[in-house]
Design a protein around this ligand. Structure first.
Ligand SMILES: [Zn+2]
Length: 346
């Protein structure tokens, strides 16, 4: 009897869980739109060409190298006499990738068959449409790319068939593309894709031409590596930069502006680390150490980011949207990786 009663009690408790969840879900959503902050307008220089009725734009980078965008994500492809080499397959562009390839292949009388896909890095938002191209495509990525995709075990992103550690020259249908890994940055597997015959470089999730980085420095997994990446990119000869994001291609000038933005952040972060006084935060919060640290670091981020936001508003789109979160991540790296401002107790 006792057992049966406790069983029933447990059943009732379990049955109540979905009911509570359902009630929560049916509550009306707050009027979010009414409470959102306003931001500075996007500078026209940040925007690219208009997308077509199907939601994509395809354009020539140079000769037989093309790029595709949905105005937020970018992929690239090279037409060759033996088929098409695709660079990344963002799911947001999805089936429009093949439509863009079909459009160009038909106009130029070349094959529209994708034979190779090069992965810039393993993230689903850049290669999650890979499986659309079937099983008989040769996929190429860094050794770490294979490890991470095997770990993630996502059927939309088959692991690469061909991997390399430092350099790989891809030769398809008389074309050559130089792939290189120069250390971890945005992710451990993010590579430099150089098109020596097209004066172009593809490096994804570092510099998003015309825009500040996405939240927390493009969610960089290795901040010193991400800070070093633009100089690595500039060491290559190229005129056109494919950054994987937003609606337009980049120039060397865009990379210079981006490097200056990051350098300005680092310089102001170092000032904040030695200037903002922690005392008032610890006085206010007493033994709640985390509350004091949170408020102290928020003040440092505000101190460091405010002049940079002012300087780049109208220069880089969304400077007022994401500069603070990027400042926070770089501040942590300046403090923890470089050890700047670290003091040993006397
Ligand atoms: Zn990424």
């Amino acid at each position: 009897m006792t057992d049966r009663r406790s069983f029933l009690a447990r059943s009732a408790a379990l049955a109540a869980v979905p009911a509570v969840a359902a009630l929560t879900l049916t509550e009306p959503a707050p009027a979010y739109a009414d409470t959102q902050p306003d931001y500075a307008p996007i500078p026209p220089s940040a925007l690219g060409p208009a997308v077509n009725a199907q939601g994509y734009y395809v354009g020539r980078v140079r000769k037989n190298l093309y790029w595709v965008t949905d105005s937020t994500y970018q992929a690239a492809f090279l037409t060759t006499r033996d088929g098409v080499v695709l660079f990344d397959a963002p799911p947001s562009i999805g089936r429009n990738l093949q439509r863009a390839i079909d459009e160009i292949a038909a106009a130029n009388g070349v094959s529209n068959k994708v034979t190779h896909i090069v992965y810039s890095h393993h993230h689903a938002d850049h290669v999650g449409a890979s499986s659309l191209f079937g099983r008989h495509v040769t996929r190429i990525g860094h050794t770490e790319n294979k490890r991470l995709l095997v770990r993630d075990n996502d059927p939309t992103r088959p692991a690469p068939d061909v991997t390399f550690d430092s350099r790989y020259q891809l030769r398809v249908g008389g074309e050559r593309v130089e792939l290189a890994w120069h250390g971890t940055n945005h992710t451990p597997d993010n590579i430099y894709i150089h098109f020596p015959d097209h004066a172009a470089l593809m490096l994804v999730d570092i510099n998003l031409p015309g825009w500040v980085p996405f939240d927390t420095f493009n969610i960089s997994e290795d901040v010193p590596g991400s800070i070093a990446a633009p100089a690595r990119a500039m060491a290559y000869p190229w005129k056109t930069f494919i950054g994987g994001h937003m609606g337009r291609l980049g120039t060397r000038g865009d990379m210079v502006v981006y490097q200056q933005y990051v350098n300005d952040l680092i310089e102001n972060i170092k000032k904040a680390l030695v200037t903002v006084d922690p005392t008032p935060f610890f006085v206010k919060y007493g033994n709640n150490t985390w509350a004091a640290v949170k408020a102290y670091q928020a003040a440092q981020v505000e101190y460091a980011s405010a002049p940079v936001i002012r300087k780049y508003t109208g220069v880089l789109a969304a400077a007022d949207v994401y500069t603070a979160s990027t400042t926070f991540l770089i501040l942590e790296s300046v403090r923890l990786d470089i050890g700047f401002g670290s003091q040993i107790h006397p």
